[in-house]
Design a protein around this ligand. Structure first.
Ligand SMILES: *Cc1c(COP(=O)(O)O)cnc(C)c1O
Length: 424
């Protein structure tokens, strides 16, 4: 094939890939078809031949679906093998070893492709989002100024405060606007030749209502492009997939809006292990990767394995395989049925309507409808009795009632919970 017009359309190729679209998300397969057609087009332009497009897509999906971080048998005799994860815990793994070439690899590769597919931009991961914020400020703004809206100078709790982490990174904070209102002109007016970065922070754990304003993300991105100053958004929770009842910005949407770099936690709405994900413009991500602090903040092999598994579940839309997402997706009706069954075994228990809380620094006031088991009597003594059991049962007291929300109780814990409620 030597003519661009002979290349098939995305739909034509998708039509021949029913065996893939019937088991994998169609959008994901379509993405791979687009990539394969793009590389075929580049090959035609350069007068090269290219492999059959359907086979390319099958190979790419196969690679994405296969666990990259794997158990390997270490027959080298090197006990603390750097490429195979140093001290083994559950055996050795290809942590920094490329199985295809037999050469040294990078630990990032196990998650890099998944992040790029999920967010539409390359990315890396570090120990938590606090580390991600620190690394981004340190690499992109040390010695310069970072412009932030006054309404976004948050404290998350336990020592994470934007002004303090900024000071540690070596960047100088330039606050603009007021607590409740900041306009795009405020950012522009605060610019000097030392301006290194525009920072946008998701106000995770509080909510300002009333007479408020902040520029749309697209406006800030446009100012960044016009002035050559990168825009970095700390998303906090960083939702990767749209979830029922959850109104959180999607990381992918920020990147689409033109933000140069985003970061968010791995163990909030992503539903994975403690980690901080940074993604965005390839040149900025490459700089963060080269910063000497990256090594100090990088992921451990155990976390990396869990993160890879979680990211793959998200990419393949296996929501219920991610425990936090499965709990968020439980319907009030499912919870009510369980509550009634369990309440029938606990003397004096009633089933009432209530709200579950998302928590974890996602948007405050964000709750989900649920049904609760409510217990009366000496609730202080009962609450303590539950807490002293093994395993401890953590419940809450509200309006002189002890409340149990099954949204967060796993099915395999029900027998122990029933036993605890009977004896308290
Ligand atoms: C939660 C949060 C952080 C800190 O993230 P960790 O993963 O706990 O380090 C930073 N910024 C925002 C906006 C957050 O919501």
């Amino acid at each position: 094939m030597s003519d661009l017009r002979d290349l098939p359309s995305v739909d034509e190729v998708l039509g021949k890939l029913g065996h893939l679209t019937s088991i994998y998300p169609r959008a994901l397969v379509a993405d791979e078809v687009r990539r394969a057609i793009d590389s075929a087009r580049a090959a035609v332009r350069e007068g090269r031949s290219f492999p059959p497009i359907e086979a390319e897509v099958e190979r790419a999906i196969g690679r994405l679906a296969t666990l990259s971080f794997r158990h390997v048998i270490n027959a080298t005799g090197v006990v603390l093998h750097t490429n195979l994860g140093r001290a083994p815990i559950d055996g050795y793994e290809n942590l920094e070893y490329d199985l295809a070439t037999g050469r040294r690899g990078k630990r990032d590769v196990h998650i890099a492709g998944l992040i790029e597919h999920l967010l539409g931009a390359p990315g890396i991961a570090v120990n938590n989002n606090a580390a991600a914020v620190y690394l981004a400020l340190h690499e992109l703004a040390a010695g310069g100024e970072v412009i932030v809206s006054r309404g976004e100078l948050i404290e998350i709790g336990d020592g994470f405060r934007i002004p303090e982490i900024m000071a540690q990174s070596g960047a100088v904070l330039r606050e603009v606007g007021t607590t409740n209102r900041t306009r795009i002109e405020d950012y522009r007016a605060a610019m000097t030749e030392r301006t290194a970065l525009f920072l946008r922070v998701h106000p995770s754990n509080f909510h300002i209502s009333g007479f408020t304003a902040r520029p749309a993300l697209g406006e800030l991105a446009a100012l960044g492009r016009e002035t050559g100053v990168p825009v970095y958004e700390d998303l906090g929770s960083g939702c990767v997939a749209r979830l029922p009842g959850i109104d959180e910005p999607l990381a992918r949407d920020s990147i689409r809006a033109g933000v140069d770099l985003v970061s968010f936690s791995g163990d909030k709405l992503l539903g994975g292990p403690q980690a901080g994900i940074l993604a965005g413009r390839a040149d900025l991500v490459a700089r963060l990767r080269r910063n000497p602090m990256y090594r100090a903040l990088r992921l451990d092999k155990i976390i990396l394995r869990h993160l890879e598994v979680t990211l793959r579940h998200l990419l393949f839309e296996r929501w219920d395989a991610v425990p936090a997402l499965r709990l968020i997706r439980r319907t009030p009706e499912q919870i009510r049925k369980r509550a009634e069954r369990i309440a029938a075994e606990a003397p004096g228990a009633q089933v009432i309507e209530g709200r579950s809380v998302i928590g974890g620094g996602s948007t405050p006031d964000q709750t989900l409808p649920t049904w609760l088991i409510a217990i009366g009597g000496d609730v202080v003594a009962k609450e303590a009795a539950l807490r002293w059991r093994d395993p401890p049962v953590i419940a809450r007291i509200e309006n002189d009632r002890l409340l149990i929300d099954l949204r967060t109780v796993f099915e395999e814990e029900e027998a122990a919970l029933i036993e605890a409620l009977r004896t308290c």
